[in-house]
Design a binder for this molecule. Structure first.
Ligand SMILES: Cc1ncc(COP(=O)(O)O)c(C=O)c1O
Length: 485
């Protein structure tokens, strides 16, 4: 997004702003201010963006200018907007708010909030012991300068072994350790994606990846995933690659975030072949690859089918172990790793040695730690599914065979309204539009199963209560889309 949002664009983002639950009790200007705050809270409207002039927004929304003037005044009073005469109005961070782990704003005092906005687990019990052991390993490195732009060799070797064990022969020279998977993606984009180049992504997809592409001013096209079956439509995906010939395609083949889909082996092979023919590099994000549930047999890594160094794989420890470790990696050809290291020197030089030693210790215990994670996640997923079946039987959910998230199809285009209402009863949600480009996906909600089962059940109970309120409003709060036959 640029620094200026135009009236029609904000109008599209606001969607059914007049359809807030409990609306009939509040005037239009408060509903409008509430809807703008909702866009700010879920990250679709960033900090420092200039809002349209009052007259322009009034025209776009077909409301009186007085309504917009009053809504802007309300936003100024709550600290969400700053205005300067003649210069316009900018979105701001209200006092007492902070930026949360999801990258979104939250009040400072939201300790009681059940946070379903973030799909990440608390640290495993083994982390403390691994950190103590790593501190004892540290003296081995203290005689050197401590800068390892591609990572310390023992961690690179351990990560290379993970790939080799999955059937993808890999040497330590093909691994670069990064500060998390997001950092890995950013570095890869710096090296392979010229500004303004074309990128193909799944829709829905991981929002922070979209932010990374936006930072490179990429021209983004999407491949829509279906909620049914395998998710990817083979012919459509391959057709998009052939027709748009993007410079890069970004895929999450294992327990895709947010849908939870697992890409079959045959499609992996065909995507790699078609990408090569189209001159497209593939960035494959394997963040969730360790989290297969129910004994699901995993297809081979996508890079197994790569014979032309077209595939760059990124992965890391945030999802199976802990996000606070900030350990990720890139698997590429050895020359590509050297190019990435050269680019990294201009970014952050190298990662912390101590944290990498902790990672080595944890990976040595991988079998035990990951098995416990999978057991815990299967129980939590089933508890979430059961609560949804009981409380919200009209929602459609395809039980994922791994990962951390469910992608629920709701009984109306109400995701943003529901997220705003849920916030009021202490549940933070990530509505569908967060995972797309254009404010669509209002019929969907991502629900992570990373919290304990009792909290998940309580969250669903509260969501069901506010869902009920939406139906009880005097006039319909949302309309079915017009069917054009
Ligand atoms: C698909 C995907 N890629 C990357 C990341 C970021 O991972 P990290 O915390 O290691 O930077 C996430 C985190 O949610 C993710 O879901």
């Amino acid at each position: 997004m640029t620094n200026l949002v135009r009236g029609p664009q904000l109008g599209r983002m606001l969607g059914q702003w007049h359809a807030l639950p409990g609306r009939r009790r509040s005037p239009d200007y408060l509903a409008l201010a509430g809807a703008v705050r909702g866009l700010l809270a879920d990250g679709r409207l960033p900090l420092g963006v200039r809002l349209p002039a009052e007259r322009e927004l009034a025209e776009a929304l077909r409301v009186s200018r007085t309504t917009v003037t009053a809504a802007y005044r309300e936003l100024r009073e709550t600290g969400h907007l700053k205005s300067r005469r003649g210069a316009g109005s900018w979105t701001t961070l209200p006092g007492g708010h902070r930026v949360a782990s999801s990258g979104l704003w939250t009040p400072q005092d939201d300790l009681d909030m059940i946070d379903l906005g973030c799909a990440a687990l608390a640290a495993p019990a083994e982390l403390g012991a691994a950190a103590r052991a790593a501190a004892e390993d540290l003296p081995r490195y203290l005689g050197g300068a401590g800068y390892h732009p591609t990572g310390i060799i023992e961690l690179r070797a351990a990560v290379a072994r993970l790939y080799t064990d999955r059937g993808l022969t890999t040497s330590p020279e093909q691994i670069m350790v990064t500060n998390g998977v997001q950092h890995a993606l950013d570095l890869v984009l710096r090296v392979v994606l010229p500004p303004g180049a074309g990128v193909l992504v799944e829709s829905p997809t991981y929002p922070n990846a979209l932010a990374a592409f936006a930072a490179r001013r990429a021209r983004i096209t999407t491949h829509g995933l279906s909620t049914e079956g395998a998710g990817w439509d083979t012919e459509l995906l391959l057709g998009s690659l052939r027709q748009t010939r993007p410079r890069l395609a970004y895929l999450i083949p294992e327990f895709q975030n947010p849908t939870g889909h697992l890409m079959p082996a045959e499609l992996r092979e065909r995507v790699v072949a078609t990408a090569h023919a189209s001159g497209t590099d593939l960035v494959v994000d394997e963040s969730f690859v360790d989290l297969a549930l129910d004994g699901t047999v995993m297809p081979p890594p996508t890079a197994v089918f790569d014979r032309h160094s077209r595939v760059v794989t990124i992965g890391g420890m945030s999802k199976p172990y802990w996000g606070g470790l900030r350990i990720g990696w890139i698997r590429a050809s050895a020359p590509q790793v050297q190019r990435l290291a050269a680019a990294r020197v201009g970014v952050d030089m190298a990662g912390p040695v101590l944290d990498q030693l902790v990672a080595v210790r944890l990976l040595a215990d991988a079998d035990t730690i990951v098995a416990a994670r999978r057991g815990q996640l299967a129980v939590q997923r089933d508890a979430l599914l059961a609560a949804l079946r009981d409380e919200l039987p009209n929602w459609r959910v395809h039980p994922p065979r791994g990962g951390l998230t469910l992608w629920a199809e709701l009984d109306g285009p109400i995701a943003s309204a529901l997220a705003r209402a849920a916030e009021e009863v202490g549940v933070r949600l990530a509505p569908g539009p967060r995972f797309g480009l254009d404010g669509t996906l209002e019929r969907f909600l991502r629900l992570p199963f990373t919290l304990p089962a009792t909290e998940l059940a309580e969250a669903v109970r509260r969501i069901a209560a506010v869902r009920y309120d939406i139906d009880r409003a005097e006039r319909p709060l949302w309309r079915e889309p017009v069917v054009i036959a």
